[in-house]
Design a protein around this ligand. Structure first.
Ligand SMILES: Cc1ncc(COP(=O)(O)O)c(C=O)c1O
Length: 582
């Protein structure tokens, strides 16, 4: 039997089942079998000519059938078939088989050079999409290298900013509209009203443009000018409300949008904070994509939380497939999620600068049961990490992506051996283009106290010291190492073998060993070295040491595989005292 995963919009035909079994030796035969058991399913998947509809993607063991043999693709017992509709939905003219998915564009190098037809034209399929809605999703995963130095987990970022509207919210705009159409809440010529920090507005505006609806968006006044202009560019009416008022205040952006929806004839209030179509969109697209793109090889998913739609939907899907997966939410300091998750109580919310994430209330779309932990990050940490992602990794993301990566790094530092052997997927929700006048403006950053302490890097500290690098080897005797520590007045030594770091030996370990009484000073240090000391890259900002020093007294500085030094708490205090005294 072959397992077939059914997305939410198609579950009416399967009586609500998300997973069904069917037998068949090709995709076509499998569809015949499905149609016999669940009448109507074929019509949802295929057009009148029997071809798979353009907005339907069918994956056999992770590969889209258009990259295989289409409906003739062989299937066998034990195979996994996933049906994933593009977020657009269904009205587009079918161009099935003429269309290559973005995924296939991305693997083009693996595809043989196109054959030419007799007319000299390439015989490969066209890359034409019926509407922009079909281009939403299937965003790539890219590994992080530099911002992760010192961390041993494999961190990969999901580039949601590559969606056509520039954010993860492109996924939910069409999904909420389609759902409203299906439920008869939105009729032709209608108006969609939404409370949005900008990105959902764009997602809704794109779908509204394609489907012919008017839009009214309500935004809090802390949002960047770029976001407001962007929504106006789509022809939307934008209404600005004050940030510093309670959610129950009639001027709050939730209440203003609700009121406008009530007063506008033939309008639909999308309400991403309570609309189940929001997390469902991520259950149906973001989660399955991550599963397919990683081949199921992932251990941790990290996302910053606004409505909670992304983390709740994608997290739920991924946990159903991989119960051992850890789902980590990232919350800005000042928001209520962190305290609520940790203590079950609601703290007093405070304003913060990072946009799109954190809340002062608990949205209905936030499913706390999916979360394994929540990490809190400051605006400063979020913004400095955002700037590093752009400058060092070339990933032009916004502040909530920086927050997510800062949170992922913080979480990885709490894991044994800095997460060695684990793969973490981090969501980068939107593009840096929305924050040019804020996060990427040095003046703005300084004005808001986020660049004033340019404390330098770990490498600056190591270079400012005059003491030589003193090291030990595994076969050194305890008394030799004690003598070295006394001679150079140091308390820890990196232990090397063939120039490679194999551990760290510290004064405390030597003392415990000798006090034990059963050991001799001439014993080799091998059994008492710490085999996995924290490692830090010289380019890391000094701040990263604060997290490391919560659980260790020293960190080894490793530059491209070579040990460049060791830093302790007192080294950092000394360095900062000199810098700040200047
Ligand atoms: C920039 C940005 N990042 C992250 C998020 C959080 O996504 P979610 O609402 O799915 O939790 C949002 C939500 O509005 C956002 O605008």
């Amino acid at each position: 039997m072959t397992t077939v995963y059914i997305p939410t919009p198609l579950r009416r035909t399967t009586g609500g089942q998300s997973k069904v079994e069917a037998a068949g030796r090709s995709m076509r035969a499998l569809l015949d079998a499905l149609e016999r058991t669940y009448p109507g399913i074929r019509q949802q998947l295929c057009d009148e000519t029997g071809e798979v509809r353009s907005f339907i993607n069918i994956f056999v063991n992770g590969t889209e059938i258009r990259q295989l043999e289409g409906l003739s693709t062989p299937v066998q017992d034990g195979d996994e078939v996933s049906i994933i509709p593009a977020m657009a939905g269904g009205r587009g003219k079918s161009v099935a088989r003429k269309v290559k998915s973005p995924a296939s564009r991305r693997v083009r190098r693996a595809v043989p050079a196109p054959r030419l037809s007799r007319a000299g034209m390439p015989a490969t399929p066209e890359e034409v999409y019926d509407t922009v809605l079909e281009v939403i999703g299937r965003t790539p995963l890219v590994r992080l290298h530099k911002v992760t130095r010192g961390i041993r987990a494999d961190l990969v970022a999901k580039l949601e900013y590559l969606n056509p509207g520039g954010s993860v919210k492109d996924r939910i705009g069409p999904a909420m509209i389609e759902d409203a159409e299906r439920r008869g809440l939105l009729r032709p010529g209608g108006t969609i009203v939404e409370a949005t920090s900008g990105n959902t507005g764009v997602g809704v505006a794109i779908a509204a443009a394609v489907r012919g609806y008017r839009t009214i968006f309500v935004m809090p006044d802390k949002m960047s000018e770029e976001k407001i202009r962007l929504l106006r560019a789509f022809g939307a009416r934008v209404i600005i409300t004050p940030t510093a008022v309670a959610p129950e205040d009639p001027r709050s952006y939730y209440n203003v949008s609700r009121r406008i929806a009530e007063e506008t004839p033939n309008s639909f209030y999308a309400n991403q904070y309570a609309n189940p179509a929001n997390p469902h969109a991520h259950y149906d697209s973001t989660g399955p994509e991550i599963w397919r793109q990683t081949g199921g090889r992932l251990d941790v998913v990290v996302a910053s939380m606004g409505t909670g739609g992304t983390i709740s939907g994608a997290g739920k899907f991924l946990k159903e497939r991989h119960p051992g997966l850890r789902v980590i939410g990232v919350d800005p300091v000042g928001s209520v999620f962190y305290d609520y998750f940790k203590t079950g109580t609601m703290p007093e919310p405070h304003t913060y600068k990072v946009e799109g994430i954190g809340e002062d209330f608990l949205p209905k779309t936030m499913d706390f049961s999916v979360l394994d932990d929540v990490v809190q990050v400051s605006d400063r940490d979020a913004f400095l990490t955002t700037r590093r992602l752009v400058r060092e990794e070339g990933l032009f993301c916004g502040g909530s992506g920086g927050a997510a990566v800062a949170g992922a790094l913080k979480y990885a530092r709490t894991l044994p051996e800095m997460g060695a052997g684990l793969r973490m997927v981090v969501i980068l929700p939107d593009s840096g283009s929305r924050y040019l006048s804020k996060i990427f403006s040095d003046d703005w950053m300084r004005e808001h106290g986020m660049l004033e302490r340019e404390l330098g890097t770990v490498g600056d500290l190591v270079r400012s010291r005059t003491i030589p690098l003193v090291t030990a080897t595994r076969t050194d005797a305890v008394n030799e190492v004690v003598a070295k520590m006394k001679q150079y007045d140091v308390s820890q030594l990196p232990v090397l073998e063939d120039g490679r770091l194999v551990g760290m030996i510290s004064e405390v370990d030597l003392l415990t060993h000798l006090l034990d009484g059963s050991h001799r000073p001439s014993d080799p240090i091998q059994p008492i070295i710490d085999p996995a000391p924290p490692v830090v890259d010289p380019d890391s900002p000094l701040d990263v040491l604060a997290d490391i020093f919560l659980s260790s007294n020293a960190a080894v500085v490793v530059d491209h595989g070579a040990v460049a030094g060791i830093v302790t708490k007192i080294d950092v205090i000394d360095h900062l005292a000199k810098q700040l005294g200047r």
